[in-house]
Design a protein around this ligand. Structure first.
Ligand code: FMN
Length: 212
């Protein structure tokens, strides 16, 4: 209950600010030529938690999002597969000043809430609070149209895991640091993002330049 009141207060403060300060952000076209060859990227992949707080460049952010879950075919399918092609994944982009939803079809960011979600994502891991961006992977399992909820939740986890691995491999290929994370405060995140009962925060990936 305490958490719900806290979330309601944060939303009440954040919403008017959202209208004033945050607009859609058109992302740069992805650079599909960059990065290490696949086998070298796999060789380099490792979880890293020492992230520099410096913001990602516009190109790095655009490429990261396209690699994670961008549209890569004329029929609107994505860089990550989804069970039954349900396209159940929504990718939230948590920046220090606001949280956005990645719109893969138009390759842009839509403002969601003018609040910093990183404390709710950190769940006791301090480095998350200063990561320049955290990608929050959410599955809406209603899109599978399955009667079996256990199965739908299982598929949600698998689809989310694949998007996370796209992020992991992109980061390994381009010298960025990341770690897939299951820990986060699900209750507060669901409240703040106004998620439905069928939307599950699956994983999150803080991303940044390596801290030297
Ligand atoms: C599903 C999943 C959830 C994870 N959750 C967390 C997490 O909440 N926090 C964290 O620091 N690392 C998390 N990790 C990262 C693992 O600790 C890490 O992958 C493991 O120690 C192996 O290290 P490596 O990724 O460098 O191979 C998670 C990894 C996976 C696959």
């Amino acid at each position: 209950m305490k958490k719900q009141i806290l979330a309601a207060i944060i939303i009440a403060i954040a919403l008017p600010a959202l209208a004033q300060e945050t607009k859609e952000i058109k992302l740069l076209a992805p650079d599909k030529t960059r990065g290490l060859p696949l086998m070298q990227a796999l060789d380099a992949r490792a979880s890293a938690r020492a992230l520099d707080a410096k913001p990602l460049s516009d190109q790095d952010l655009a490429d990261l999002l396209w690699a994670a879950y961008g549209v890569n075919r004329p029929d609107g399918r994505h860089t990550a597969p989804t069970a039954k092609n349900a396209q159940d994944i929504d990718l939230y982009v948590c920046l220090p000043h606001a949280t956005y939803l990645y719109d893969p079809a138009n390759h842009l960011l839509k403002p969601v809430i003018a609040t910093d979600l990183r404390p709710a994502l950190s769940a006791g891991q301090e480095f998350v609070k200063t990561a320049p961006v955290v990608l929050l992977i959410i599955s809406d399992y209603s899109r599978f149209r399955l009667d079996d909820t256990d199965k739908a939740r299982f598929w949600a986890g698998m689809d989310g895991g694949i998007v996370s691995q796209n992020i992991n491999i992109f980061c390994a290929a381009t010298g960025l640091s990341t770690v897939p994370r299951a820990y986060m405060d699900q209750t507060i995140i669901k409240q703040l993002l106004n998620l439905t009962d069928t939307q599950i925060p699956v994983l999150n990936n803080p991303v940044g330049y390596p801290r030297r």
